[in-house]
Design a protein around this ligand. Structure first.
Ligand SMILES: NC(=O)c1ccc[n+]([C@@H]2O[C@H](COP(=O)([O-])OP(=O)(O)OC[C@H]3O[C@@H](n4cnc5c(N)ncnc54)[C@H](O)[C@@H]3O)[C@@H](O)[C@H]2O)c1
Length: 385
């Protein structure tokens, strides 16, 4: 049987094409690329693409997300992997520092961890690199003057915004609701907190599945957008009173609190899709004096039984439901293929000296967005421009 890593790699059509091109053009010949990104099947496809382009890749993972099968696979294929699965921040810090000690020529960062440590002890010869996330951009932007080399932020590409945050998160949160509950959505009242890129996708996916969706957002402009998109945007507490499913995806904390418990109706499902497990105050809900007992209802679902006889179901303890619970698959392979094609092309452009030293912590260049979009349209959608 082939592994899931092979299934993912075969489904990454853009990376497969870029990999074949890199094998011929060798943009990273003689260079070392240090990567500090989740080590799971989709990133394995990216790391192997960089290696086929001639790079020596030295990789380490992120806290909590490293998959041993991927580590083994990468090592078997000649990648230097530092460390393994860990939830110990001190061990993770040691792994990152061991990678930095190699003094790579390019860095592929996720959250600014590598560039921040590079600045503690800079070395000559670092050409620049990429940063995957918004949180990394927020961390590195004030350090532009010190960095003074090309750093391209993948999250700030419009492709990442709509392909991953809107389409893929919406779809995978919907898939996770079905996976965790095995319940229907038709005619159900769904309340979505947050109407950013992710919330828009979540709201659309549940409506497309015949749910009656209410959107709650603190920003009146976003509420207007949701209203014009045809969603109910009425009163928060009234929406919570009738909700069958409540989904938080705001990036803020304290969205659903213990004080909301009296509002919730019997049999409601609470699910967080925001990055941190701070949107639904799970500890306070579980400890609420009105909660008589808590039972494990199914894998990834806890049921809080209230003294007045209601059942409140909490998904994955308030952690991101599409990346937790039984067999989490995360975002679609196609969305990650697009994001990682941006990564590969950005690193190539920096390696070949095509990005100015003044492009420090800036979005993906427009030409790369256009090339990746055209590639997907031709290769995956079968459409020629
Ligand atoms: N689950 C996943 O796989 C996944 C993937 C990408 C991003 N995320 C996370 O999803 C979250 C949202 O991301 P995004 O890109 O949509 O962010 P965004 O900033 O584009 O949108 C967030 C929205 O939430 C609203 N909001 C803020 N506080 C609120 C409150 N108290 N009540 C109601 N609305 C509030 C904001 O006005 C904004 O419209 C972030 O935590 C992000 O890290 C999750």
């Amino acid at each position: 049987m082939t592994s899931r890593i092979d299934w993912v790699a075969d489904s990454c059509r853009l990376l497969t094409a870029i990999s074949a091109e890199f094998a011929a053009t060798q943009p990273f010949a003689g260079l070392t690329i240090g990567t500090g990104i989740h080590l799971e099947p989709k990133t394995a496809a990216l790391v192997m693409t960089l290696a086929r382009g001639g790079a020596r890749v030295v990789a380490t993972g992120n806290l909590n997300t490293t998959q041993q099968e991927t580590v083994d696979y990468l090592r078997e294929h000649g990648v230097d992997v530092i460390g393994g699965p860990t939830s110990d921040p001190a061990q993770h810090d040691r792994d990152l520092r061991e990678l930095i000690a190699v003094k790579p020529d390019l860095l592929l960062d996720n959250g600014g961890d590598l560039f921040a440590r590079y600045l503690e002890k800079p070395w000559a010869g670092l050409l620049g690199g990429t940063e995957e996330t918004t949180s990394g951009r927020v961390r590195l932007a004030p350090l532009r003057d010190k960095l003074n080399l090309p750093v391209l932020v993948i999250n700030d590409s419009p492709i990442k915004q709509f392909a991953e945050n809107r389409h893929a998160v919406g779809q995978s949160v919907f898939e996770s609701y079905l996976r965790l509950t095995n319940r229907s959505t038709g005619g159900k009242r769904i309340v979505v907190f947050g109407y950013g890129s992710c919330g828009q996708g979540v709201a659309a996916n549940f409506r497309n599945a015949y749910g009656l969706v209410t959107v709650i957002d603190t920003d009146p402009v976003k509420r207007l957008e949701a209203c014009l998109d045809g969603f109910d945007v009425s009163d928060r507490d009234a929406a919570l009173r009738s909700a069958d499913v409540v989904i938080t995806v705001t990036g803020a904390r304290d969205i659903l609190l213990a004080d909301d418990l009296p509002l919730l109706k019997d049999d409601v499902v609470l699910l967080n899709a925001g990055h941190f497990p701070l949107e639904i105050d799970a500890p306070a809900l579980l400890a609420h004096p009105d909660v008589e007992r808590v039972t494990d209802a199914a894998e990834g679902l806890q049921t809080l039984r209230t003294r007045d006889g209601r059942r409140i179901h909490l998904a994955t303890g308030g952690h991101m439901a599409n990346l937790a619970g039984p067999r989490p698959l995360g975002n679609s392979i196609e969305s990650m293929d697009l994001g990682f094609a941006l990564q590969a092309r950005c690193l190539e452009a920096i390696a070949l000296g095509r990005v100015a030293a003044t492009d420090v912590v800036v979005p993906v260049p427009r030409l790369i967005d256009e090339a990746v979009a055209s590639g997907y349209l031709e290769l995956v959608a079968g459409v020629r421009g």
